[in-house]
Design a protein around this ligand. Structure first.
Ligand code: SF4
Length: 651
């Protein structure tokens, strides 16, 4: 494998942001390659600025380079200008660490965190000089692997990816490496690629789509069944039970150019039991597994010292729910080793005044804006989606924010939700208007931004059976809100393009036939579909028509209880009847409180991980809701212990 640097360097002067392609960041590794090592190229299929901070990729990068049988490098999708230069000069996709050609690696591993990057996956495989169709790959071609949240419905990419990792990657990448090391030692002869894929299918948590037969009856999916007796009928996700055993990344990358989330990131827990019915991340990452507070503080201290950052983000799906939040926040701020000038951020605030109090403690200087996510405009709507926030919770939180010096509050909402009425939609405007009025009592410059996204039902959630709203209907709802907020002082409305919501809907719940659509969109030039300047719904509509697939059938219809879903052979650990019951509860606007404060619902997530049910010592929020007004007045009821314990150790 030789470096392509001498061919890459001359073109960098002609492209935007050449720092995207040079590597050499603080924290970058110099991997040791050799015939006895399996070489992994970890690819984030979006720009360097979006991909570099990704923690999952950085964790695997370190783990694979710590092993003596593997080596790992990184690559990101080249922006259009760079791609044009590369194709003109015959430069293939390359790693940013040592600028090796992607096609010379043993594994191309894609991080799949959003469906609209799928066309970039195909583009990267093609740029690597590897056949985009898995069935056309030769013995010398890399094994193409996909992982991340989107792999919980892998079918739209099944024709292009050799193997998917379902769930946490920390342990399974080592097991995959061992299978592929043996394959390398065998000489990768003609026909052995298929044998290696059969071996990979026996690794728990690995799905090899080519080993499954898919049957249809007209538009309906009838079954996805293994072709061989030793291939699992259902692939169960991998779950690491003890986050403390994985204190990674130890050496977070510090970029040479501006990136999103440019700060130290420390993961404080994985999983979420709040049970928001629209939230795929919350459902597929159960159960909750906390990192011990001492380890968090140690990772923060070491990370700040090494990187020179003055800001740390404590990451999780609901960081204010972390049982050690006060200890970690005050410990970090007061720690002289952290220089006394450290800013802490919680990316996912709970909607209550206690959380604002924590935010006030940690953002002493930069009080620019606070973001809350009520998601639904009325209490009825929030019961449907199980985001059990009462209006008084929101108003208390917003009042607390403005009274403590913030001038801007951002509110996130979804529209196109199941059972949503115009009254629910207009409730968004009402909440924003009332929040702005609360702000004006404290500052004349108070502003409230209501950011509205179109809802896309996701696999492995209670809303997986719901028919997504049409572009026209989403547009009509946005129009209602525009009319309702046009003359409101201090209220700004932002909304997501409903056309992109439709394309995401096609890719999210598609079956294997949607692969042809993704390929067609890519061949029509549709890369970087998450970027508005590159997105064109016409390409998706034309590709669906060319494939003979109905948008209505794939996106807009409700599914029945007995319908075979394209991801039924992939298990996130959740019982199907739990998800169905949640769907039925949603339709009658019945909430399901967080299982940290109630008896277990037996969703299935804790089974088999050595986790047991432990009753929390904190009182449940009044009315069984999350973060009620009573919590605020009593100083906030942050759960002080979790209901789960790991192998006898308090999680
Ligand atoms: S199995 Fe029970 S305790 Fe565990 S996440 Fe599911 S509902 Fe909660």
């Amino acid at each position: 494998m030789t470096s392509l640097w001498s061919r890459i360097e001359p073109v960098l002067g002609r492209v935007q942001k050449p720092a995207r392609y040079i590597g050499g960041e603080d924290g970058a590794l110099r991997p040791t390659h050799g015939p006895g090592r399996v070489s992994w190229l970890l690819i984030y299929p979006d720009t360097y600025e979006v991909g570099l901070p990704n923690q999952g990729l950085q964790i695997l990068y370190e783990l694979l380079n710590e092993r003596d049988d593997s080596a790992a490098e990184r690559a990101y999708a080249p922006w259009g200008d760079m791609e044009a230069e590369m194709r003109r000069a015959g430069i293939p996709l390359f790693s940013v660490d040592t600028h090796r050609p992607a096609g010379s690696f043993d594994v191309l591993a894609f991080n799949l965190s959003a469906e609209l990057v799928y066309t970039n996956v195909l583009n990267c495989i093609d740029l690597a000089g590897v056949p985009v169709h898995a069935e056309r790959r030769r013995p010398e071609d890399p094994i193409v692997v996909g992982g991340g949240h989107c792999s919980f419905n892998p079918e739209p990419l099944a024709d292009f990816v050799d193997a998917f990792v379902i769930g946490d990657g920390e342990e399974v990448v080592g097991e995959i490496t061992e299978v592929l090391a043996a394959w390398k030692r065998s000489g990768r002869s003609e026909g052995s690629r298929q044998g290696a894929l059969r071996e990979l299918a026996s690794v728990p948590g690995v799905y090899v789509p080519s080993l499954y037969e898919v049957c249809y009856d007209g538009p309906s999916l009838v079954s996805v069944t293994p072709r061989y007796a030793d291939v699992p009928a259902v692939v169960e996700k991998r779950t690491i039970s003890d986050l403390a055993a994985w204190p990674y990344p130890r050496r977070q990358l510090v970029p040479l150019t501006e990136v999103v989330h440019d700060r130290l990131n420390v993961e404080i827990f994985r999983g979420c039991t709040r049970g928001c019915r629209f939230c795929q991340a919350g459902m597929i990452t159960r159960p909750v597994r906390e990192r011990p507070a001492e380890q968090v503080m140690d990772m923060v201290r070491r990370g700040l010292e090494r990187t020179g950052y003055d800001e740390v983000s404590l990451t999780s799906l609901s960081s204010a729910d972390y049982s050690g939040i006060e200890e970690v926040v005050s410990g970090t701020i007061d720690d002289p080793a952290c220089g006394g000038q450290v800013s802490v951020s919680l990316p996912s605030l709970r909607v209550d005044a206690f959380t604002v109090g924590v935010a006030a403690q940690i953002q002493k200087v930069r009080r620019t804006g606070l973001t809350f996510a009520p998601e639904g405009g009325t209490w009825r709507m929030r019961q449907v989606i199980n985001k059990l926030i009462r209006e008084e919770d929101l108003y208390s939180a917003v009042e607390a924010a403005f009274s403590q010096g913030w001038r801007r509050v951002k509110l996130y909402f979804l529209t196109g939700l199941p059972t949503e009425t115009d009254e629910d939609t207009l409730g968004i405007a009402e909440l924003a208007r009332n929040c702005a009025a609360l702000g004006r009592a404290h500052t004349s410059g108070a502003s409230v931004t209501a950011s509205v996204g179109g809802f896309v039902p996701k696999p492995q959630t209670p809303f997986q059976w719901f028919g997504q709203a049409s572009v026209e209907e989403l547009g009509r709802r946005v129009g209602l809100l525009r009319d309702a907020t046009r003359r409101e002082r201090g209220v700004q409305l932002r909304w997501h393009d409903p056309r992109a919501t439709l394309a995401e809907g096609i890719a999210s719940r598609g079956d294997r036939r949607v692969g042809a659509v993704i390929e067609d969109v890519w061949r029509r030039g549709g890369t970087f579909q998450e970027w508005s300047e590159h997105f064109d719904l016409g390409r998706w509509a034309d590709a669906m028509a060319a494939a003979g697939l109905s948008i209505d059938w794939y996106v807009h219809r409700d599914r029945g209880e007995d319908e075979v879903l394209p991801w039924d052979h992939i298990s996130a650990g959740l019982h199907r009847d739990f998800l169905w019951q949640e769907w039925q509860d949603a339709l009658r606007a019945a909430g399901t409180p967080d299982c940290r404060w109630t008896p277990c619902y037996d969703c299935g997530a804790c089974t088999g991980y050595g986790l047991e049910h432990v009753v929390g010592s904190s009182v449940p929020p009044a009315g069984g809701s999350q973060g009620t007004g009573q919590d605020l007045e009593s100083g906030g009821a942050v759960p002080v212990s979790l209901r789960l314990s790991v192998a006898g150790r308090s999680a």
